[in-house]
Design a protein around this ligand. Sequence first.
Ligand SMILES: Nc1ncnc2c1ncn2[C@@H]1O[C@H](COP(=O)(O)OP(=O)(O)OP(=O)(O)O)[C@@H](O)[C@H]1O
Ligand SMILES: O=P(O)(O)OC[C@H]1O[C@H](OP(=O)(O)OP(=O)(O)O)[C@H](O)[C@@H]1O
Ligand SMILES: [Mg+2]
Length: 291
Amino acid sequence: MSNILQFGIPKGSLENATVDLFKKAGWQISISSRSYFPGIDDDEMSCKLIRPQEMGKYVQRGTIDAGIAGRDWVRENESDVIEVCEMVYSKVSRRPARWVLVVNKDSQVQKPEDLHGATISTELVGFTKRYFAERNIPVTVEFSWGATEAKVVDGLCDAIVEVTETGSTIKANGLRIVCELMESVPVLVVNKAAWADPWKREKIETIAKLLKSALAAEGMVGLKLNAPNSAVEAITRILPSLNQPTVAHLFNSDWVSVESVLPEKDVRKIVPELLKLGAQGIVEYPLNKII
Ligand SMILES: Nc1ncnc2c1ncn2[C@@H]1O[C@H](COP(=O)(O)OP(=O)(O)OP(=O)(O)O)[C@@H](O)[C@H]1O
Ligand SMILES: O=P(O)(O)OC[C@H]1O[C@H](OP(=O)(O)OP(=O)(O)O)[C@H](O)[C@@H]1O
Ligand SMILES: [Mg+2]
C-alpha cells in the first residue's frame, strides 16, 4: 500500500492564504465550493478542510496526521500535538494576528484592572479566563459565537477579547484597544504517531521546509551584475546578501560577475550606487523560494 499523508487545511480566515502559500511552495490545492475535501496535485497527500478551532483535536486523535491552524486555537484546546514550525501570515497580511482587549472609545477603562467585576465577551474563553485569573481580576467571561465587536457597541458586555489583523473592524465600530493579550501565527502541527513514522516525518519536514522557504522568498529578489575586478571589494561592501555575495570570474577577462539576494525594496537605492562603482549589465530577478 502506498503512503498517504492526511493533511488539514484551516477553513475560514486562514484558508485562502494557506492555499496561496502551498502554491508558492509547489503544491496546487483546489477547493470546490461546498466540498470539504480539497484536491491536491500530490499522490502522497490527501487534504481535509477543518476549522482551526478543531484542528488540534483531530490531529491529536489521528483523524489526520498533520495540519495548519492558528497557535491561539491549538493552545486554547491544550492539544497534545507536536508543533513542527510556525509561519508568519494572517488572513490578508504577513503579520501575526493579535488578540486584544477592546472597549468602546468613550469607556473609562484604561487597563485590564479597571475591568474588576465586568463582563467580557470572547470566542477565546479559556485563555481570557486564565489571563484575568492570573492577575486576580474577577470578571465574568462569556462565550461569543462571533460578531463580537457588536456586543460591546450594544452594551451587551463591558469589553471584548477579539482577534485583529488590520484593525479595520475595531475602527469601523468606534472601539478602542486597551492592550494586546497575545499574538498568534499559524503553526504546522503533527501527532506523535505520524512523527514517529519515518516516511510521514520526512514528508512533513519537506512540506514545512518548502512552506517556510516560500515565505522567506517574499519581498526578496536576486541581483546579478558584472563589474571590473578592481571594484569588487567596494561592491561587496554595499551589497546585502544572505551570507556573502557570489563572485565568479568572467572568461578571458579581468571582470567578474557578482550575484546576491536582497530585499526588493533596497534595489532602487543600491542600483545607482552600483552604477557609480562601475557595475554593468545589472539583472534583477524574482525568487520563488529561499531554502
Ligand atoms: N484577520 C483575521 N481575522 C480572524 N482570524 C484571523 C485573521 N488572521 C488570522 N487569523 C487566525 O485565523 C484563525 C481563525 O480563523 P477562522 O476565520 O476560521 O475563525 P472564525 O473567525 O471563528 O471564523 P469565521 O470566518 O467563521 O468568522 C485564528 O487562528 C486566527 O488567529
Ligand atoms: O482587524 P481586522 O483586519 O478587521 O480583522 C479582524 C476581524 O476579522 C474577524 O472577523 P470574522 O470575519 O471572522 O467575523 P466574525 O466576527 O463573524 O467571526 C475577527 O473576528 C475580527 O472581527
Ligand atoms: Mg470570526
